[in-house]
Design a protein around this ligand. Structure first.
Ligand SMILES: NC(=O)c1ccc[n+]([C@@H]2O[C@H](COP(=O)([O-])OP(=O)(O)OC[C@H]3O[C@@H](n4cnc5c(N)ncnc54)[C@H](O)[C@@H]3O)[C@@H](O)[C@H]2O)c1
Ligand SMILES: [Zn+2]
Ligand SMILES: [Zn+2]
Length: 368
């Protein structure tokens, strides 16, 4: 057990930095010293209560760091190893893992809801009080204790300050394209929302060889960023009707549409902009009181449209984190330009405010 600094969400809207106790790693777990952690809209959804969570909790789930200690039985990692962390480890043995759907792992994915270990305990506490581990990780903190499967060893020369963004945004966005949707070369792609996730979808679509990539975002700087990252068109949804634009461009609607803003109404818009037989991917996580309507199911049926969910880009972290780093090293995936601002842990409020005000692209905390 050791004491550390962590950003604790005490209650809806109330985030503060203070001391939290963290256990030593149990069998099969690792203790990682967090060097960098991004700020994702999924953290903000918990802070603002649009997706409620148990409190007190430590948020932060887009992280990288260095292994400090390993628990009994851990053989694949040791003190000093650089690691990129994944919020959705997979056990490799459950119903879903054995069917190649590792992000749905029955052993670990429930942690997204429970914010605890599978057995209901947490490695975090304050005196007698249990502190939850938000979004499967709790990395707005100096240390995390996680199952060894959550830590993917990377080469010593990897820049962790850049690589942290793979943990959520890049795994999710690129994975949504390559794994969830399996976009084919030459396809036409629409991305609604050009934040950290949407820009990663744009990068994935470029990697897949999409011929047309339309990005829509009301923020001018984010539309400019989308063009730099590979979008062929960037439109302001407040000025241009997205569906009309895409119909005029392609004549039939888009092959693939990604909702990456987290608004249910935009998922309806994505579905309306999909061509017959096209695929619409729900990547954003809207507030839990929002739903969608399919106004005419008969039309949905006979157009053979596909609507699919997407959790962390349906990735296999131990295959995909090294693969994404290799693409970055080859100059085919830009990690460095995704993080536009950095703050120390003590200034977590300012970092979250950047996300809320849509300043820059991704903001990260530099913790060690
Ligand atoms: N499925 C997953 O596994 C997964 C993983 C991470 C994040 N998410 C979710 O993805 C969503 C995006 O996350 P983020 O961190 O990129 O958020 P973000 O706030 O950085 O980006 C959202 C973007 O949507 C844009 N937007 C707002 N209204 C729009 C409109 N009408 N049309 C087009 N764009 C619009 C905003 O300007 C902003 O740039 C969130 O809902 C988040 O919870 C899902
Ligand atoms: Zn995230
Ligand atoms: Zn599993």
């Amino acid at each position: 057990m050791r004491s550390m600094r962590a950003a604790v969400l005490e209650a809806e809207g109330k985030l503060g930095v203070g001391e939290v106790a963290i256990e030593d790693p149990r069998p099969g777990e690792v203790l990682v010293k967090v060097t960098d952690c991004g700020v994702c809209h999924s953290d903000l959804s918990h802070i603002d209560g649009s997706v409620p969570s148990a409190t007190p909790t430590v948020l932060g789930h887009e992280a990288a760091g260095v292994v400090e200690a390993v628990g009994p039985g851990v053989t694949g990692l040791r003190h000093g190893d650089k690691v990129v962390l994944t919020p959705l480890p997979s056990c490799g043995r459950c119903y879903f893992c054995t069917r190649h759907q590792p992000t749905l792992c029955a052993t670990y994915s429930s942690a997204l809801l429970t914010a605890t270990r599978p057995d209901g305990t947490s490695p975090l506490s304050r005196g007698d009080e249990l502190v939850y581990r938000g979004v499967g990780m709790g990395a707005w903190a100096e240390y995390v204790v996680l199952p060894e499967e959550a830590a993917v060893k990377v080469a010593d020369d990897v820049d962790l300050a850049e690589a942290c963004v793979i943990g959520c945004a890049v795994q999710t966005g690129v994975g949504a394209v390559l794994e969830t949707a399996r976009v084919d070369a030459g396809a036409t792609v629409l991305v609604l929302g050009a934040g950290g996730i949407g820009i990663s979808v744009v990068q994935g679509a470029r990697l897949a060889g999409a011929s047309v990539i339309v990005a829509a975002d009301p923020v001018p700087e984010r539309r400019d960023a989308a063009l730099r990252f590979g979008a062929t068109h960037a439109i302001d949804p407040n000025e241009t009707d997205v569906t009309t634009f895409c119909m005029d461009l392609t004549g039939v609607g888009m092959d693939y549409c990604f909702e990456a803003a987290g608004q249910a109404a935009l998922l309806e818009q994505a579905l309306a902009t999909s061509r017959s037989g096209g695929t619409t991917v729900a990547v954003g996580v809207p507030p839990i009181d929002q739903g969608i309507t399919i106004p005419m199911v008969a039309g949905f049926t006979v157009t053979e449209k596909r609507l699919v969910g997407c959790l962390l880009g349906s990735v296999n972290a131990h295959r995909d984190i090294p693969r994404l780093l290799a693409l970055a090293a080859a100059g085919r995936l830009d990690l460095a330009a995704m993080i536009t601002d950095r703050y120390p842990l003590d200034e977590v409020d300012a970092a979250v405010d950047n996300l809320r005000q849509r300043r820059g692209l991704r903001t990260a905390l530099s913790i060690a």
